[in-house]
Design a protein around this ligand. Structure first.
Ligand SMILES: [Zn+2]
Length: 315
């Protein structure tokens, strides 16, 4: 068996108001523009690397932020093979009897979305999560450690010939971290699970109730906000990332119901009939429920939460 350590770069629409995004956003939120990977044998020796740019077919213009982060230029993508060709080359390079892995769960959602969109019917290989295996080893199970932290913990220093945030170089560093794990086979205990969602019958089923709090700050840390009930089945849902202020007096979080998928939880300040300020909580089931949509929504939301916390800290 070979271990494949994979890293992807992807492009995003220039604007969420753009025509291609409005047409395709529900099925394709990001387009893969680079597949990088390193192959290791069972003795954890590096056996080769794979580096392939991919020409985006819908969000054709490279987003400046993506270009800045990854160092990828528009001319790297022009003339590159499309996703289905690039993916087929990747599958050939991987060979049979492999364990495919990534650092964290971001790449898998984008990969799934791109395979489902461009190579309809292609089986999606199981992908294992090296970040969670590192969590087991380091004891850092609550917070998902970044690759850089893991490299520091293992005494691995980045070098000039392997710049960060190029897919193949990130895969290379991830492989270096992986090589230092005491029991590589334990990777197979960490499959990345893809949740499936039942069809939601009516659009945006929702429920609103009044909480006993008079400020959002109190309400946000309370159980009804942190473990809201799903409006359809009533079961407790998780709020993995946290709340973001949408406007004065209103904040929102994403939550997950095991059965009904993505929920939106809003907390809103309102006056009740006695004129007292109270927090109203409403929970809605998202009307878009593909796995890729939910995963990417969470990614975007985590960024939003981080940005809003930074804003609070600097205020
Ligand atoms: Zn539910």
């Amino acid at each position: 068996m070979h271990y494949i350590v994979m890293d992807l770069e992807w492009n995003q629409p220039l604007s969420h108001r753009s025509a291609p995004y409005r047409r395709l956003g529900n099925q394709l939120m990001f387009e893969v523009i680079q597949i990088g990977a390193v192959k290791l044998d069972e003795a954890m020796r590096m056996r080769g690397s794979f580096n392939q740019f991919v020409a985006p077919a819908n969000y054709i213009k490279l987003h400046p932020r993506i270009s800045r982060i990854t160092g990828i230029r528009q001319e790297d993508l022009d003339g590159a093979p499309d996703f289905s060709q690039a993916f087929s080359r990747f599958v050939d390079w991987c060979g049979e009897d492999i364990a495919l892995s990534t650092w964290g769960c971001d790449d898998i959602s984008v990969l799934h979305q791109n395979i489902a969109f461009f190579v309809k019917g292609h089986p999606i290989p199981p992908v294992y999560d090296l970040q969670r295996l590192f969590g087991d080893i380091s004891g850092e199970t609550k917070n998902r450690a970044g690759l850089k932290n893991a490299m520091n913990a293992m005494g691995i220093r980045p070098t000039a010939e392997h710049p960060f945030h190029s897919a193949v170089d990130d895969a290379y560093y991830t492989a270096l971290v992986f090589q230092r794990f005491p029991d590589p086979k334990a990777l197979l205990n960490h499959p990345q699970t893809v949740r499936t969602f039942g069809q939601i019958q009516t659009r945006q089923q929702g429920k609103t109730d009044t909480l006993r709090f008079s400020t959002l700050a109190q309400a946000i840390i309370s159980k009804p906000a942190q473990q809201p009930n799903c409006p359809v089945c009533g079961k407790r849902a998780d709020v993995p990332e946290g709340y973001v202020m949408m406007e004065p007096g209103r904040c929102r979080a994403l939550a997950d119901c095991q059965e009904h998928g993505l929920l939106m939880i809003d907390l809103r300040l309102e006056k009740d009939e006695k004129g007292n300020t109270r927090v109203k909580r409403s929970a809605m089931v998202s009307d878009v429920q593909s796995t890729a949509y939910v995963k990417t929504k969470h990614l975007q939301w985590a960024n939003k939460v981080a940005a809003s916390r930074q804003k609070e800290a600097s205020a």
